[in-house]
Design a protein around this ligand. Structure first.
Ligand SMILES: NC(=O)c1ccc[n+]([C@@H]2O[C@H](COP(=O)([O-])OP(=O)(O)OC[C@H]3O[C@@H](n4cnc5c(N)ncnc54)[C@H](O)[C@@H]3O)[C@@H](O)[C@H]2O)c1
Length: 329
């Protein structure tokens, strides 16, 4: 692809652009002087997440199912002609892990086939750099802190399995046409514009005015959480500093995580409620849930990035942000 000339803005594609994390990635790219093509089929994404971007002349939005490579090539190929292309940010996926447990087709379609189609589009259009939103779910259940060299990888959810398959097919493509790939292994991400997840679910339940707040599991599930501002910072840092052909990093806070009990208590506190918590019991919230998870982030720290907020701070901030958002009509 063409190199940018003076004054020309490098162009990026972001799939899942109207989603929680994707919309923040779009804002960051635009803010840093890129032009952006956003793609989303709005199964979970919201147009209002893109309000700032839609006011920017350097942003274009396409309502397309990312499994349809032919349609993406037809609709988007034209807009890439003669432009300096930078990176294809692939964030579209199913984000409802529990739904994927009962219907494996959900993750086959939204989590894997979107990656397969993204690579098909890139190959056809001559795009050679991909940044991919992967997940801690690829590691499955394990003891101790898990580093990037952990193996064998045995995911416990169809979601994790399809993220792992996506990483694998991206890896294979670096042997053929991809010049550079970044695989970001996210922990749980929280913050404004959230579309799902434990804080979101608990606030939604509270809004219905129940006599007690139902919490899935025994409350002792404990995982690392990162605020969305930190995840976007980390992705940006890795994207601009990791220069191997295939780059893969755990991204997480430097702590042991926050418990579900802590999160539920924080949600009740932020909402100014007094209602008791009612735990459904068992050590996990749903089939495919990983009750305890700990990330080794040494590789990322050695590269030069650490989170500014720990898991509990991320939860506190996100609970406030989401409470305010969910109050709005
Ligand atoms: N939020 C987290 O805690 C977390 C953790 C690990 C990994 N991730 C990954 O980060 C990425 C973004 O997640 P998120 O939390 O913003 O979820 P999200 O659901 O808010 O965003 C995903 C977006 O993809 C869109 N999408 C889904 N299927 C599509 C399709 N076939 N075609 C076009 N668009 C489609 C949805 O409409 C949504 O806007 C996902 O790949 C997710 O797996 C998120």
């Amino acid at each position: 692809m063409k190199q940018p000339t003076a004054g020309e803005k490098p162009l990026c594609i972001v799939t899942g652009a109207a989603g929680f994390i994707g919309s923040h990635v779009v804002d960051r790219l635009l803010g840093q002087g890129h032009a952006v093509i956003g793609i989303d089929n709005f199964v979970r994404g919201r147009r209002q997440h893109l309000a700032p971007a839609l006011a920017n002349p350097d942003f274009m939005l396409f309502d397309i199912d990312c499994t349809d490579a032919r349609l993406m090539i037809d609709e988007i190929g034209f807009h890439l002609k003669g432009k300096p292309f930078d990176t294809f940010w692939h964030l579209a996926a199913n984000s409802d892990v529990a739904a994927g447990a009962s219907d494996p087709g959900i993750d086959l379609h939204a989590t894997f086939m979107t990656t397969f189609a993204a690579l098909e589009v890139m190959k056809k259009l001559g795009l050679s750099r991909i940044a991919f939103a992967s997940s801690s779910a690829i590691y499955g259940a394990h003891d101790g802190s898990v580093g990037e060299d952990h193996g064998p990888l045995m995911p416990a959810s169809n979601y994790g399995a399809m993220k792992l398959a996506s990483e694998a097919i991206i890896s294979a493509a670096t042997e053929t046409f991809l010049e550079r790939a970044w695989l970001f292994r996210f922990p749980n991400v929280v913050g404004r514009r959230g579309t799902h997840g434990v804080i979101f679910d608990l606030l939604r339940k509270l809004q219905k005015g129940p006599p007690a707040l139902e919490v899935l599991g025994d409350g002792n599930q404990c995982k690392p959480y990162l605020h969305v501002d930190d995840i976007v910072d980390a992705m940006w840092f890795i994207w601009t500093h990791a220069n191997d052909r295939l780059n893969f990093h755990n991204i997480g806070p430097d702590d042991e995580g926050a418990s579900v009990r802590f999160i539920a208590e924080e949600v009740v506190r932020v909402a100014g409620s007094q209602i008791p918590l009612k735990f459904t019991g068992g050590d996990r919230g749903w089939v495919g849930d990983i009750p305890r998870f700990s990330y080794d982030t040494q590789k990322l720290r050695t590269l030069g990035w650490s989170a500014t907020r720990n898991s509990q701070d991320a939860i506190r901030i996100a609970a406030r942000e989401l409470f305010e958002e969910l109050k709005r009509p």
